[in-house]
Ligand binder design. Structure first.
Ligand code: HEM
Length: 489
Protein backbone atom coordinates (compact mmCIF):
# COMPACT_ATOMS: atom_id res chain seq x y z
CA UNK A 1 0.00 0.00 0.00
CA UNK A 2 2.79 2.33 1.08
CA UNK A 3 4.71 1.43 -2.10
CA UNK A 4 1.66 2.14 -4.27
CA UNK A 5 1.34 5.54 -2.56
CA UNK A 6 4.99 6.32 -3.27
CA UNK A 7 4.63 5.29 -6.92
CA UNK A 8 1.51 7.42 -7.36
CA UNK A 9 3.30 10.39 -5.77
CA UNK A 10 6.31 9.90 -8.07
CA UNK A 11 3.97 9.72 -11.04
CA UNK A 12 2.26 12.99 -10.13
CA UNK A 13 5.58 14.71 -9.45
CA UNK A 14 6.88 13.63 -12.87
CA UNK A 15 3.70 14.68 -14.69
CA UNK A 16 3.67 17.98 -12.76
CA UNK A 17 7.31 18.56 -13.68
CA UNK A 18 6.57 17.84 -17.37
CA UNK A 19 3.58 20.19 -17.42
CA UNK A 20 5.64 22.89 -15.70
CA UNK A 21 8.38 22.52 -18.33
CA UNK A 22 5.85 22.92 -21.14
CA UNK A 23 3.80 25.76 -19.66
CA UNK A 24 6.58 27.92 -18.21
CA UNK A 25 9.85 28.86 -19.97
CA UNK A 26 13.07 27.85 -18.17
CA UNK A 27 13.70 30.16 -15.23
CA UNK A 28 17.08 31.28 -16.60
CA UNK A 29 15.50 32.56 -19.86
CA UNK A 30 15.55 36.36 -20.28
CA UNK A 31 12.74 38.13 -18.43
CA UNK A 32 12.84 41.28 -20.55
CA UNK A 33 11.26 39.70 -23.64
CA UNK A 34 7.66 38.45 -23.81
CA UNK A 35 6.50 34.84 -23.64
CA UNK A 36 4.15 33.50 -26.32
CA UNK A 37 1.60 31.27 -24.51
CA UNK A 38 2.72 27.64 -24.73
CA UNK A 39 -0.57 26.45 -26.26
CA UNK A 40 -0.22 28.65 -29.37
CA UNK A 41 1.92 26.08 -31.10
CA UNK A 42 -0.74 23.39 -30.65
CA UNK A 43 -3.59 25.50 -32.10
CA UNK A 44 -2.93 24.78 -35.81
CA UNK A 45 -3.05 21.02 -35.15
CA UNK A 46 -6.33 21.33 -33.26
CA UNK A 47 -8.15 24.06 -35.21
CA UNK A 48 -6.37 24.14 -38.58
CA UNK A 49 -5.85 27.93 -38.26
CA UNK A 50 -4.06 29.76 -41.08
CA UNK A 51 -0.54 30.51 -39.74
CA UNK A 52 -0.69 34.18 -40.79
CA UNK A 53 -3.88 34.57 -38.71
CA UNK A 54 -2.19 32.80 -35.80
CA UNK A 55 0.68 35.27 -36.13
CA UNK A 56 -1.73 38.22 -36.00
CA UNK A 57 -3.52 36.80 -32.98
CA UNK A 58 -0.59 35.81 -30.78
CA UNK A 59 2.82 36.80 -32.11
CA UNK A 60 2.54 40.12 -33.91
CA UNK A 61 2.16 42.46 -30.96
CA UNK A 62 4.93 41.06 -28.72
CA UNK A 63 7.36 40.62 -31.63
CA UNK A 64 6.77 44.07 -33.12
CA UNK A 65 7.27 45.62 -29.69
CA UNK A 66 10.32 43.66 -28.56
CA UNK A 67 11.82 42.11 -31.70
CA UNK A 68 12.27 38.79 -29.85
CA UNK A 69 10.13 36.43 -27.78
CA UNK A 70 10.15 33.09 -25.98
CA UNK A 71 8.18 30.40 -27.77
CA UNK A 72 7.45 26.70 -27.18
CA UNK A 73 8.20 24.76 -30.36
CA UNK A 74 9.54 21.29 -31.20
CA UNK A 75 9.11 20.02 -27.59
CA UNK A 76 11.17 22.82 -26.01
CA UNK A 77 11.28 26.51 -25.18
CA UNK A 78 13.19 28.64 -27.68
CA UNK A 79 13.85 32.29 -28.48
CA UNK A 80 12.76 33.69 -31.85
CA UNK A 81 13.86 37.01 -33.25
CA UNK A 82 12.39 39.29 -35.93
CA UNK A 83 14.15 42.62 -35.53
CA UNK A 84 16.86 43.05 -38.21
CA UNK A 85 19.60 44.17 -35.73
CA UNK A 86 18.99 41.01 -33.70
CA UNK A 87 18.90 38.82 -36.81
CA UNK A 88 22.23 40.33 -37.88
CA UNK A 89 23.66 39.46 -34.49
CA UNK A 90 22.50 35.83 -34.66
CA UNK A 91 23.63 35.33 -38.26
CA UNK A 92 27.03 36.95 -37.79
CA UNK A 93 28.03 35.30 -34.52
CA UNK A 94 28.08 31.86 -36.03
CA UNK A 95 30.21 30.36 -33.25
CA UNK A 96 27.95 31.59 -30.45
CA UNK A 97 24.65 30.87 -32.22
CA UNK A 98 25.85 27.61 -33.74
CA UNK A 99 23.76 25.73 -36.28
CA UNK A 100 22.18 22.72 -34.65
CA UNK A 101 19.69 21.03 -36.95
CA UNK A 102 17.39 18.09 -36.34
CA UNK A 103 20.30 15.65 -36.38
CA UNK A 104 21.46 17.25 -33.11
CA UNK A 105 18.18 18.62 -31.73
CA UNK A 106 16.07 15.47 -32.14
CA UNK A 107 18.49 12.79 -33.43
CA UNK A 108 16.02 10.03 -32.50
CA UNK A 109 13.23 11.37 -34.78
CA UNK A 110 12.19 10.14 -38.25
CA UNK A 111 12.72 13.63 -39.68
CA UNK A 112 16.36 13.56 -38.52
CA UNK A 113 16.85 10.17 -40.15
CA UNK A 114 15.53 11.63 -43.42
CA UNK A 115 17.95 14.56 -43.91
CA UNK A 116 20.76 13.66 -41.49
CA UNK A 117 23.81 15.88 -41.07
CA UNK A 118 23.97 18.14 -44.11
CA UNK A 119 25.17 21.46 -45.52
CA UNK A 120 22.13 23.33 -44.14
CA UNK A 121 22.25 22.01 -40.60
CA UNK A 122 25.94 21.33 -39.95
CA UNK A 123 28.33 23.64 -38.12
CA UNK A 124 32.03 24.50 -38.19
CA UNK A 125 34.59 22.55 -40.20
CA UNK A 126 32.10 19.86 -41.27
CA UNK A 127 29.83 22.57 -42.75
CA UNK A 128 32.80 24.22 -44.50
CA UNK A 129 33.65 20.89 -46.14
CA UNK A 130 30.09 20.29 -47.33
CA UNK A 131 29.71 23.87 -48.56
CA UNK A 132 32.96 23.80 -50.53
CA UNK A 133 31.84 20.58 -52.25
CA UNK A 134 28.32 21.63 -53.30
CA UNK A 135 28.79 25.35 -54.04
CA UNK A 136 30.00 25.11 -57.62
CA UNK A 137 27.20 22.81 -58.79
CA UNK A 138 24.49 24.92 -57.17
CA UNK A 139 25.85 28.24 -58.42
CA UNK A 140 26.87 27.32 -61.96
CA UNK A 141 24.22 25.15 -63.52
CA UNK A 142 22.71 24.45 -66.90
CA UNK A 143 19.20 25.94 -66.87
CA UNK A 144 17.91 24.18 -70.02
CA UNK A 145 15.81 21.64 -68.08
CA UNK A 146 13.79 24.54 -66.60
CA UNK A 147 12.56 25.47 -70.10
CA UNK A 148 11.70 21.90 -71.10
CA UNK A 149 9.94 21.27 -67.79
CA UNK A 150 8.01 24.57 -67.95
CA UNK A 151 6.47 23.29 -71.19
CA UNK A 152 5.66 19.93 -69.62
CA UNK A 153 4.15 21.84 -66.69
CA UNK A 154 1.86 23.70 -69.09
CA UNK A 155 0.86 20.37 -70.67
CA UNK A 156 -0.01 19.26 -67.14
CA UNK A 157 -2.18 22.36 -66.66
CA UNK A 158 -3.97 21.49 -69.91
CA UNK A 159 -4.71 17.96 -68.61
CA UNK A 160 -6.00 19.37 -65.32
CA UNK A 161 -8.19 21.82 -67.21
CA UNK A 162 -9.79 18.99 -69.13
CA UNK A 163 -10.31 16.93 -65.98
CA UNK A 164 -11.62 19.63 -63.68
CA UNK A 165 -12.50 22.72 -65.71
CA UNK A 166 -12.46 25.92 -63.65
CA UNK A 167 -10.82 24.34 -60.62
CA UNK A 168 -7.32 22.89 -61.16
CA UNK A 169 -5.75 21.60 -57.96
CA UNK A 170 -2.15 22.84 -58.28
CA UNK A 171 -0.20 21.13 -55.46
CA UNK A 172 0.72 17.76 -57.05
CA UNK A 173 1.63 19.24 -60.45
CA UNK A 174 3.86 21.94 -58.92
CA UNK A 175 5.59 19.30 -56.83
CA UNK A 176 6.30 17.18 -59.92
CA UNK A 177 7.77 20.16 -61.74
CA UNK A 178 10.06 21.14 -58.86
CA UNK A 179 11.25 17.55 -58.35
CA UNK A 180 12.20 17.21 -62.01
CA UNK A 181 13.87 20.62 -62.04
CA UNK A 182 16.18 20.04 -59.07
CA UNK A 183 17.01 16.45 -60.03
CA UNK A 184 17.97 17.42 -63.59
CA UNK A 185 19.75 20.68 -62.75
CA UNK A 186 21.62 19.73 -59.57
CA UNK A 187 21.53 15.95 -59.16
CA UNK A 188 22.23 14.78 -62.70
CA UNK A 189 19.24 12.49 -63.24
CA UNK A 190 15.67 12.82 -64.45
CA UNK A 191 13.26 12.14 -61.61
CA UNK A 192 10.57 11.64 -64.29
CA UNK A 193 7.77 12.94 -62.08
CA UNK A 194 6.24 15.05 -64.89
CA UNK A 195 6.48 12.37 -67.54
CA UNK A 196 5.60 9.15 -65.68
CA UNK A 197 2.26 8.91 -63.89
CA UNK A 198 3.36 5.73 -62.17
CA UNK A 199 6.78 6.89 -60.98
CA UNK A 200 7.87 4.59 -58.11
CA UNK A 201 10.41 6.97 -56.58
CA UNK A 202 7.81 9.74 -56.57
CA UNK A 203 5.25 7.48 -54.91
CA UNK A 204 7.84 6.49 -52.35
CA UNK A 205 8.61 10.15 -51.64
CA UNK A 206 4.93 11.05 -51.20
CA UNK A 207 4.53 8.10 -48.86
CA UNK A 208 7.49 8.94 -46.61
CA UNK A 209 6.59 12.65 -46.52
CA UNK A 210 3.17 11.74 -45.13
CA UNK A 211 4.89 9.78 -42.38
CA UNK A 212 7.61 12.37 -41.67
CA UNK A 213 5.31 15.39 -41.56
CA UNK A 214 2.60 13.79 -39.47
CA UNK A 215 1.55 16.75 -37.24
CA UNK A 216 1.55 14.70 -34.04
CA UNK A 217 5.14 13.45 -34.45
CA UNK A 218 6.33 16.88 -35.56
CA UNK A 219 4.84 18.44 -32.44
CA UNK A 220 6.01 15.64 -30.13
CA UNK A 221 9.14 14.20 -31.78
CA UNK A 222 10.06 12.26 -28.60
CA UNK A 223 7.27 9.82 -29.55
CA UNK A 224 9.70 8.45 -32.14
CA UNK A 225 11.64 6.98 -29.22
CA UNK A 226 8.76 4.64 -28.43
CA UNK A 227 8.34 1.24 -30.14
CA UNK A 228 5.30 2.37 -32.16
CA UNK A 229 4.98 0.00 -35.18
CA UNK A 230 3.95 2.81 -37.59
CA UNK A 231 7.07 4.76 -36.65
CA UNK A 232 9.37 1.74 -37.01
CA UNK A 233 7.92 1.41 -40.51
CA UNK A 234 8.55 5.12 -41.13
CA UNK A 235 12.27 4.68 -40.25
CA UNK A 236 12.49 1.69 -42.60
CA UNK A 237 10.77 3.49 -45.48
CA UNK A 238 12.94 6.58 -45.09
CA UNK A 239 16.12 4.45 -45.14
CA UNK A 240 15.01 2.65 -48.28
CA UNK A 241 14.09 5.92 -50.05
CA UNK A 242 17.53 7.40 -49.27
CA UNK A 243 19.25 4.27 -50.55
CA UNK A 244 17.20 4.20 -53.76
CA UNK A 245 17.85 7.87 -54.46
CA UNK A 246 21.62 7.67 -54.07
CA UNK A 247 21.82 4.43 -56.04
CA UNK A 248 19.81 5.97 -58.87
CA UNK A 249 22.10 9.01 -59.01
CA UNK A 250 25.27 6.95 -58.83
CA UNK A 251 24.01 4.55 -61.50
CA UNK A 252 23.11 7.40 -63.79
CA UNK A 253 26.35 9.27 -63.40
CA UNK A 254 28.93 6.56 -62.85
CA UNK A 255 27.60 3.57 -64.77
CA UNK A 256 26.91 5.72 -67.81
CA UNK A 257 30.50 6.97 -67.73
CA UNK A 258 29.23 10.56 -67.59
CA UNK A 259 30.62 11.11 -64.16
CA UNK A 260 34.04 12.65 -64.86
CA UNK A 261 32.64 15.17 -67.34
CA UNK A 262 29.81 16.46 -65.19
CA UNK A 263 29.72 19.33 -62.73
CA UNK A 264 26.44 18.68 -60.96
CA UNK A 265 26.41 19.19 -57.19
CA UNK A 266 25.84 15.41 -57.00
CA UNK A 267 28.91 14.53 -59.09
CA UNK A 268 31.05 16.79 -56.89
CA UNK A 269 29.65 14.99 -53.85
CA UNK A 270 30.40 11.57 -55.36
CA UNK A 271 33.95 12.69 -56.20
CA UNK A 272 34.38 13.94 -52.61
CA UNK A 273 33.21 10.55 -51.38
CA UNK A 274 35.56 8.69 -53.73
CA UNK A 275 38.42 10.87 -52.45
CA UNK A 276 37.42 10.06 -48.84
CA UNK A 277 36.65 13.71 -48.04
CA UNK A 278 33.15 12.66 -46.94
CA UNK A 279 31.81 9.25 -45.97
CA UNK A 280 28.82 7.40 -47.51
CA UNK A 281 26.41 8.63 -44.85
CA UNK A 282 27.46 12.25 -45.51
CA UNK A 283 27.14 11.71 -49.25
CA UNK A 284 23.59 10.46 -48.77
CA UNK A 285 22.63 13.21 -46.28
CA UNK A 286 23.74 15.94 -48.67
CA UNK A 287 22.13 14.42 -51.75
CA UNK A 288 18.87 14.11 -49.82
CA UNK A 289 19.02 17.72 -48.59
CA UNK A 290 19.62 19.02 -52.11
CA UNK A 291 16.55 17.11 -53.28
CA UNK A 292 14.50 18.29 -50.28
CA UNK A 293 15.49 22.00 -50.11
CA UNK A 294 15.81 22.11 -53.87
CA UNK A 295 12.24 21.05 -54.59
CA UNK A 296 10.20 21.99 -51.51
CA UNK A 297 11.18 25.66 -51.28
CA UNK A 298 10.65 26.47 -54.97
CA UNK A 299 7.41 24.47 -54.81
CA UNK A 300 6.17 26.75 -52.04
CA UNK A 301 7.27 29.92 -53.83
CA UNK A 302 5.74 28.92 -57.15
CA UNK A 303 2.43 28.14 -55.42
CA UNK A 304 2.46 31.58 -53.78
CA UNK A 305 3.41 33.26 -57.08
CA UNK A 306 0.61 31.62 -59.07
CA UNK A 307 -1.81 32.51 -56.28
CA UNK A 308 -0.81 36.17 -56.18
CA UNK A 309 -0.95 36.49 -59.97
CA UNK A 310 -4.41 34.84 -59.96
CA UNK A 311 -5.52 37.35 -57.35
CA UNK A 312 -4.12 40.38 -59.22
CA UNK A 313 -5.20 40.05 -62.88
CA UNK A 314 -4.01 43.54 -63.90
CA UNK A 315 -0.48 42.79 -62.71
CA UNK A 316 -0.69 39.37 -64.36
CA UNK A 317 -1.47 41.08 -67.67
CA UNK A 318 1.36 43.59 -67.19
CA UNK A 319 3.94 40.85 -66.62
CA UNK A 320 2.49 38.75 -69.46
CA UNK A 321 3.13 41.64 -71.84
CA UNK A 322 6.66 42.01 -70.45
CA UNK A 323 7.67 38.33 -70.88
CA UNK A 324 5.96 37.82 -74.23
CA UNK A 325 9.05 37.53 -76.43
CA UNK A 326 11.70 36.84 -73.79
CA UNK A 327 12.98 33.29 -73.54
CA UNK A 328 16.47 33.58 -72.15
CA UNK A 329 17.38 33.47 -68.46
CA UNK A 330 19.63 36.53 -68.57
CA UNK A 331 17.01 38.62 -70.33
CA UNK A 332 14.28 37.36 -67.99
CA UNK A 333 16.41 38.47 -65.03
CA UNK A 334 16.38 42.00 -66.45
CA UNK A 335 12.57 42.42 -66.50
CA UNK A 336 11.44 44.89 -63.80
CA UNK A 337 7.80 43.79 -63.39
CA UNK A 338 8.73 40.11 -63.20
CA UNK A 339 11.54 40.70 -60.70
CA UNK A 340 9.69 43.11 -58.43
CA UNK A 341 6.72 40.72 -58.43
CA UNK A 342 8.84 37.72 -57.36
CA UNK A 343 10.67 39.72 -54.67
CA UNK A 344 7.38 41.01 -53.30
CA UNK A 345 5.90 37.49 -53.26
CA UNK A 346 8.91 36.33 -51.22
CA UNK A 347 8.63 39.29 -48.85
CA UNK A 348 4.89 38.91 -48.29
CA UNK A 349 4.98 35.12 -47.86
CA UNK A 350 8.53 33.94 -47.10
CA UNK A 351 8.46 30.21 -47.98
CA UNK A 352 10.32 29.19 -44.82
CA UNK A 353 8.46 31.18 -42.25
CA UNK A 354 9.91 30.04 -38.95
CA UNK A 355 13.32 28.39 -38.55
CA UNK A 356 14.76 27.42 -35.18
CA UNK A 357 18.03 25.57 -35.63
CA UNK A 358 20.74 27.45 -33.74
CA UNK A 359 21.93 26.70 -30.23
CA UNK A 360 23.98 29.01 -28.02
CA UNK A 361 27.41 27.60 -27.26
CA UNK A 362 27.81 29.90 -24.22
CA UNK A 363 25.83 32.37 -22.15
CA UNK A 364 25.66 35.49 -24.31
CA UNK A 365 23.94 38.74 -25.10
CA UNK A 366 21.49 39.14 -27.96
CA UNK A 367 21.57 42.82 -28.83
CA UNK A 368 22.50 45.10 -25.94
CA UNK A 369 19.93 43.90 -23.40
CA UNK A 370 18.79 40.32 -23.84
CA UNK A 371 20.90 37.81 -21.93
CA UNK A 372 20.57 34.22 -23.12
CA UNK A 373 21.83 31.14 -21.27
CA UNK A 374 24.07 28.50 -22.85
CA UNK A 375 22.34 25.69 -24.79
CA UNK A 376 19.30 27.76 -25.75
CA UNK A 377 17.72 27.22 -29.16
CA UNK A 378 17.43 30.48 -31.11
CA UNK A 379 15.57 30.99 -34.38
CA UNK A 380 13.96 33.55 -36.63
CA UNK A 381 10.53 34.35 -37.96
CA UNK A 382 10.74 35.66 -41.52
CA UNK A 383 7.07 36.55 -41.76
CA UNK A 384 7.44 38.72 -38.64
CA UNK A 385 10.36 40.70 -40.08
CA UNK A 386 8.73 41.28 -43.45
CA UNK A 387 5.39 42.34 -41.95
CA UNK A 388 6.76 44.70 -39.33
CA UNK A 389 5.75 48.32 -40.13
CA UNK A 390 8.90 49.54 -38.34
CA UNK A 391 10.94 47.64 -40.93
CA UNK A 392 8.82 47.87 -44.11
CA UNK A 393 6.67 50.93 -43.44
CA UNK A 394 2.96 51.31 -42.71
CA UNK A 395 1.98 49.25 -45.78
CA UNK A 396 4.14 46.27 -44.72
CA UNK A 397 1.12 43.94 -44.87
CA UNK A 398 0.12 44.98 -48.36
CA UNK A 399 1.11 43.37 -51.63
CA UNK A 400 2.93 46.17 -53.46
CA UNK A 401 5.65 45.15 -55.94
CA UNK A 402 6.33 48.83 -56.72
CA UNK A 403 7.99 49.18 -53.29
CA UNK A 404 11.07 47.57 -54.88
CA UNK A 405 11.41 50.34 -57.47
CA UNK A 406 10.51 51.07 -61.08
CA UNK A 407 13.60 50.17 -63.12
CA UNK A 408 15.45 46.87 -62.89
CA UNK A 409 18.70 48.32 -61.61
CA UNK A 410 16.94 49.92 -58.62
CA UNK A 411 14.89 46.78 -57.97
CA UNK A 412 17.98 44.54 -57.86
CA UNK A 413 19.85 47.10 -55.75
CA UNK A 414 16.98 47.25 -53.24
CA UNK A 415 16.78 43.45 -53.09
CA UNK A 416 20.49 43.23 -52.37
CA UNK A 417 20.31 46.04 -49.83
CA UNK A 418 17.38 44.41 -48.01
CA UNK A 419 19.35 41.17 -47.71
CA UNK A 420 22.48 42.96 -46.48
CA UNK A 421 20.44 44.95 -43.96
CA UNK A 422 18.72 41.74 -42.73
CA UNK A 423 15.28 43.20 -43.49
CA UNK A 424 14.85 40.39 -46.05
CA UNK A 425 15.97 37.11 -44.54
CA UNK A 426 13.87 34.66 -46.56
CA UNK A 427 17.14 33.27 -47.99
CA UNK A 428 19.01 33.68 -44.68
CA UNK A 429 22.07 35.89 -45.29
CA UNK A 430 25.77 36.33 -44.61
CA UNK A 431 28.09 33.33 -44.72
CA UNK A 432 25.23 30.88 -44.41
CA UNK A 433 23.14 32.47 -47.18
CA UNK A 434 21.06 30.04 -49.22
CA UNK A 435 23.12 28.45 -51.98
CA UNK A 436 20.06 27.88 -54.14
CA UNK A 437 18.75 31.46 -54.43
CA UNK A 438 20.01 32.01 -57.96
CA UNK A 439 18.75 28.59 -59.04
CA UNK A 440 15.32 29.15 -57.48
CA UNK A 441 14.92 32.66 -58.94
CA UNK A 442 15.85 31.41 -62.43
CA UNK A 443 13.41 28.52 -62.06
CA UNK A 444 10.64 30.94 -61.01
CA UNK A 445 11.28 33.39 -63.87
CA UNK A 446 11.39 30.68 -66.54
CA UNK A 447 8.27 28.87 -65.27
CA UNK A 448 6.15 31.94 -64.57
CA UNK A 449 7.02 33.41 -67.98
CA UNK A 450 6.01 30.20 -69.79
CA UNK A 451 2.71 29.84 -67.92
CA UNK A 452 1.92 33.53 -68.54
CA UNK A 453 2.53 33.09 -72.26
CA UNK A 454 0.16 30.12 -72.44
CA UNK A 455 -2.55 30.86 -69.84
CA UNK A 456 -4.60 33.45 -68.04
CA UNK A 457 -5.89 32.44 -64.64
CA UNK A 458 -7.92 33.47 -61.60
CA UNK A 459 -8.48 31.87 -58.20
CA UNK A 460 -10.98 29.00 -58.46
CA UNK A 461 -14.37 30.02 -57.11
CA UNK A 462 -14.58 26.85 -54.97
CA UNK A 463 -11.17 27.47 -53.35
CA UNK A 464 -11.16 28.84 -49.80
CA UNK A 465 -8.47 31.52 -49.68
CA UNK A 466 -6.18 30.57 -46.82
CA UNK A 467 -2.55 29.82 -46.04
CA UNK A 468 -1.10 26.60 -44.61
CA UNK A 469 -1.64 26.12 -40.84
CA UNK A 470 2.00 25.28 -40.07
CA UNK A 471 5.33 24.46 -41.74
CA UNK A 472 6.28 26.09 -45.07
CA UNK A 473 4.10 29.13 -45.76
CA UNK A 474 1.98 28.96 -48.91
CA UNK A 475 -1.66 28.99 -50.04
CA UNK A 476 -3.26 25.82 -48.73
CA UNK A 477 -4.32 23.31 -51.45
CA UNK A 478 -4.41 26.05 -54.08
CA UNK A 479 -6.95 25.70 -56.91
CA UNK A 480 -6.90 27.88 -60.02
CA UNK A 481 -9.16 28.53 -62.96
CA UNK A 482 -7.13 28.61 -66.21
CA UNK A 483 -8.06 29.92 -69.62
CA UNK A 484 -5.78 29.29 -72.58
CA UNK A 485 -4.36 32.52 -74.05
CA UNK A 486 -5.01 31.17 -77.54
CA UNK A 487 -8.73 30.57 -76.64
CA UNK A 488 -8.92 34.12 -75.36
CA UNK A 489 -7.76 35.69 -78.66
C1 HEM B 1 12.38 29.76 -52.84
C2 HEM B 1 13.38 29.00 -52.66
C3 HEM B 1 14.27 28.94 -51.46
C4 HEM B 1 14.20 29.56 -50.25
C5 HEM B 1 13.16 30.56 -49.78
C6 HEM B 1 15.33 29.12 -49.46
C7 HEM B 1 15.61 29.53 -48.17
C8 HEM B 1 16.71 29.14 -47.45
C9 HEM B 1 16.97 29.50 -46.08
C10 HEM B 1 16.06 30.35 -45.21
C11 HEM B 1 18.13 28.95 -45.72
C12 HEM B 1 18.79 29.00 -44.34
C13 HEM B 1 18.19 27.90 -43.48
C14 HEM B 1 18.60 27.99 -42.04
O1 HEM B 1 18.53 29.04 -41.43
O2 HEM B 1 18.97 26.94 -41.51
C15 HEM B 1 18.64 28.23 -46.86
C16 HEM B 1 19.83 27.55 -46.87
C17 HEM B 1 20.24 26.77 -47.93
N1 HEM B 1 19.55 26.54 -49.10
FE1 HEM B 1 17.86 27.46 -49.70
N2 HEM B 1 16.06 28.23 -50.20
C18 HEM B 1 15.45 28.10 -51.43
C19 HEM B 1 15.84 27.29 -52.46
C20 HEM B 1 16.94 26.49 -52.44
C21 HEM B 1 17.32 25.62 -53.52
C22 HEM B 1 16.60 25.46 -54.85
C23 HEM B 1 18.45 24.98 -53.12
C24 HEM B 1 19.18 23.97 -53.93
C25 HEM B 1 19.54 22.84 -53.49
C26 HEM B 1 18.80 25.49 -51.80
C27 HEM B 1 19.92 25.13 -51.08
C28 HEM B 1 20.28 25.66 -49.86
C29 HEM B 1 21.49 25.31 -49.16
C30 HEM B 1 22.57 24.34 -49.65
C31 HEM B 1 21.49 26.03 -47.96
C32 HEM B 1 22.54 25.98 -46.85
C33 HEM B 1 23.51 27.13 -46.95
C34 HEM B 1 24.54 27.05 -45.83
O3 HEM B 1 24.17 26.96 -44.67
O4 HEM B 1 25.72 27.08 -46.15
N3 HEM B 1 17.86 26.39 -51.42
N4 HEM B 1 17.75 28.36 -47.89
Amino acid sequence: MALAGILVSIFFVLVGHLIFKIVVPPLNFPRNIPTIPFYVIFLPTIFNIDQTKLYDMYLREPLEKHGAAKIFFGSRWNIIVTRPELMAHVFREEDTFAKSGNQKKIPYAVIAAYTGDNVISAHGQVWRTYRSVVTNGLQHFDDKPFYKNAELFCNGIEKLRRKTPESASMGPLIQRLCLDNISEVALGFDFGALTQDDNQLHKHLIDIKKQIFHPMYLTFPFLDLLPIPARRKAFKDVASFREQLVTKIQDNLVTNYKFEQTSFASSDLIRAHNNEIINYQQLTDNIVIILVAGHENPQVLLTTSLYLLGKHPALQQKIRAEVQDVNDSKELSELPFLNSFIFEAIRLFPPLNIIINRKTTKACRLGPEIVIPKDTYVGYNNFGTSHDPKVWGPNADQFDPTRWGEDNETILKNWKHAKNAYTMTAFHGGRRACLGEKLALTEMRVTIAEVLRQYKWTLASDWEERMTPAGPLSPSNLKLNFESCSDAI
